[in-house]
Write a protein that binds this ligand. Structure first.
Ligand code: S3P
Length: 450
């Protein structure tokens, strides 16, 4: 009987994954599918809840983050059927019609839920709302959305100068603004555009580099007037808008596919086919970065599904070389930097990632945590204030590592373990359920352990 590559150990509410280096390449009996895109899933639930009529969502991510969004919008009056991947029905309550819940709205671990919802709540006059999240979210900066909302006339209170949740919001009739965001953030952009839905006139957000544009696409599909200017990286919403329920098909999440792309690239003799992955150009920085590193990744069967570009991705093992990443590319791969750091550990030369200080305020400080955890395995990673310097080529050795309750760190370390000698124990692996509940099952599957 071969030794299983991946085993679980569950203690109280924590889970550890014990991972052995596989003795042969990763492959599939049938192609892999990744769960639905997290960003698109949140937006489909929110716009469905705000629209008139019914929205039907196929392929929704069943992770904990979209569950938080669904719970919040149920409390605000939308009817959302039981969440499943086949078909979720959302009966919208209509723009401006949200109810005032008699309890605190809980965004859990989800920055997208909290920041986007704040724009919606702040623009609903006459209602009072309170919002909180888990301990990670309660320490993440909310001033980046509170400040522009205050410029629009919003009334928001919170800890540390109204910058930390729990937050209290007195809904108001807002006024339009032109907001020059100092950071390229789709959460900031989307919060303001959503606040503009009920605001009379043109509300504009300009960002220093283009962040993911799912809100702009979906708002247009639901019937809002959105003007996008690629020259200035700006998006404008014309309010008051009308939203009509739609049918949304959620593609697979490229941020989840990224784990298998790197796994296939670093484990000798591997070949993986990942079907139905969203390849929106504002999200494909990971393909460009891995391409620069010499990874063998092909896009097959490219098509447009419900307004979003989709493809099947095939990856084969290849020799990787270091690359330099920064500037405008960062927002296109912001969530993939932890797994990109894993690829860099196995690449020849020194990879430098800059302009990514945002990583310090994600679900964990992803710069510090990735550097510490990979170094525990024997890697040569140096923290920079705004990124990482990674000298590849040193073999890794399995040891105990920890996710710091961050889903993307848990999964990145599990992939690094596939190319580390001996056994790696990834503690806090349960965090993966935030965006990828079936991660372990797929990991076992590609290691031949079905
Ligand atoms: C997201 C935007 C990004 C990303 C997050 C999801 C979104 O955050 O990191 O996982 O759905 O809008 P920022 O807007 O903070 O960069």
């Amino acid at each position: 009987m071969p030794v299983p590559v991946v085993t679980h150990k569950i203690t109280e509410d924590r889970q550890s994954l014990l991972i052995q280096k596989p003795t042969s390449g990763l492959s599939f009996a049938s192609p892999i599918r990744v769960p639905g895109d997290k960003s698109i899933s949140h937006r489909a639930l929110m716009l469905g809840a705000l629209a008139t009529g019914e929205t039907q969502i196929q392929g929704l991510l069943l992770g904990e983050d979209p569950r938080s969004t669904a719970e919040c919008f149920r409390a605000l009056g939308a009817e959302i059927s039981e969440l499943n991947t086949e078909l979720v029905r959302v009966r919208g309550i209509g723009l401006g019609q949200l109810l005032e819940p008699n309890d605190i709205l809980n965004a859990g671990n989800s920055g997208t839920t909290m920041r986007l919802m704040l724009g919606i709540l702040a623009s609903h006059p006459g209602r009072f709302f309170t919002v909180t999240g888990d301990s990670s979210l309660r320490s993440r900066p909310m001033s980046r959305v509170v400040k522009p909302l205050q410029q629009m006339g919003a009334t928001i209170w919170g800890r540390k100068g109204n910058s930390l949740a729990p937050l209290a919001i007195q809904g108001q009739q807002l006024k339009p603004i032109i907001y020059n965001s100092p950071i390229a953030s789709a959460q900031v952009k989307s919060c303001i555009l959503l606040a503009g839905l009920l605001t009379e006139g043109e509300t504009t957000v300009t960002e220093p580099a283009l962040s993911r544009d799912h809100s702009e696409r979906m708002l247009k599909a639901f019937g809002a007037e959105v003007i996008v200017d690629p020259e200035s990286n700006s998006a404008t919403i014309v309010g008051p808008a009308k939203l009509q329920g739609q049918s949304v098909i959620v593609p697979g999440d490229i941020s989840s596919a990224a784990f298998w792309l790197v796994a296939g690239a670093i484990v000798p003799d591997s070949e993986l086919l990942i079907e139905n992955v969203g390849v929106n150009p504002t999200r494909t920085g990971i393909l460009a970065a891995l391409g620069m590193m010499g990874a063998d990744i092909g896009l097959e069967n490219q098509r447009i599904v419900a307004g979003e570009p989709v493809a099947d991705l095939r990856v084969r093992h290849s020799k990787l070389k270091a690359c330099q990443i920064g500037g405008e590319m960062i927002p296109r791969l912001i969530d993939e930097i932890p797994i990109l750091a894993v690829a860099a550990v196995f690449a020849e030369g020194t990879t430098v990632i800059r302009d990514a200080a945002e990583l310090r305020v994600k679900e964990s400080d992803r710069i510090a945590v990735m550097a510490n955890q990979l170094n525990r395995m024997g890697a040569k990673v140096t923290e920079l204030p705004d990124g990482l310097e990674i000298t590849g080529g040193t073999p890794l050795t399995g040891t105990d590592v920890d996710s710091h309750t961050d889903h993307r760190i848990a999964m990145s370390l599990a992939i690094a373990a596939l190319n580390a000698d001996g056994t790696t124990t990834v503690n806090g692996a349960e965090a993966a359920a935030i965006s990828y509940p079936d991660f372990t099952t797929t990991l076992q599957q590609i290691c031949g352990q079905t």
